[in-house]
Design a protein around this ligand. Structure first.
Ligand code: AMP
Length: 124
C-alpha cells in the first residue's frame, strides 16, 4: 500500500487539523486519541511517511526506529501509566483493522485493561 498524504495523521503532522499534543521528538509525535478507550489513550506516530508497523520496520532508518521506540516509552511515563502498567497496540492492515493508514501505536492505561486474549476468544 502506498502512503496517502491526505490521511488524518498526516494532516495533524502538518498542523492542518488540531490535536491534543503530548510529546514530540525529531522523528516522533504523540497526541491523545479523539475517542479514548481507557483513561489514558495516547497515539504515538512517526513523523516519516510510513503506512504501518510493517512499512516502518522495513524502511525506517535506525535513528528513526530508536527515536520512535524511545518516544513510546517516554509517552507512557509522561502519561503516568508506567508504574501500574499499560498496553501497546498497533493495528496493521485489513485483518488488523487499521483505520488510519499512518503507523500509530496506541498507548492505553490508567485502569485494569482486562485480558487482551481471553481463553474464550480462542477459535480452535
Ligand atoms: P486504528 O483503528 O488503529 O487505525 O486507530 C485509529 C485511531 O485514531 C482511533 O482510535 C481513533 O479514535 C483515532 N483518531 C482518529 N482521528 C483522530 C484525530 N483527529 N485525533 C486523534 N485521534 C484520532
Amino acid at each position: 500500500m502506498s502512503y496517502d498524504n491526505n490521511n488524518i495523521f498526516a494532516k495533524i503532522l502538518r498542523g492542518e487539523i488540531p490535536c491534543d499534543k503530548v510529546y514530540e521528538t525529531d522523528h516522533a509525535f504523540a497526541f491523545r486519541d479523539i475517542n479514548p478507550q481507557a483513561p489514558v489513550h495516547t497515539l504515538v506516530i512517526p513523523k516519516g511517511a510510513y503506512v504501518s508497523f510493517a512499512d516502518f520496520s522495513e524502511k525506517a532508518s535506525a535513528e528513526e526506529v530508536v527515536d520512535f521506540v524511545r518516544a513510546v516509552g517516554h509517552v507512557a511515563r509522561l502519561e503516568g501509566v508506567s508504574d501500574d502498567g499499560y498496553r501497546l497496540l498497533a493495528n496493521i492492515g485489513k485483518n488488523g483493522v487499521q483505520d488510519v493508514p499512518h503507523l500509530h501505536v496506541h498507548v492505553t492505561g490508567g485502569k485494569h485493561l482486562g485480558c487482551a486474549f481471553p481463553p474464550s476468544a480462542k477459535t480452535d
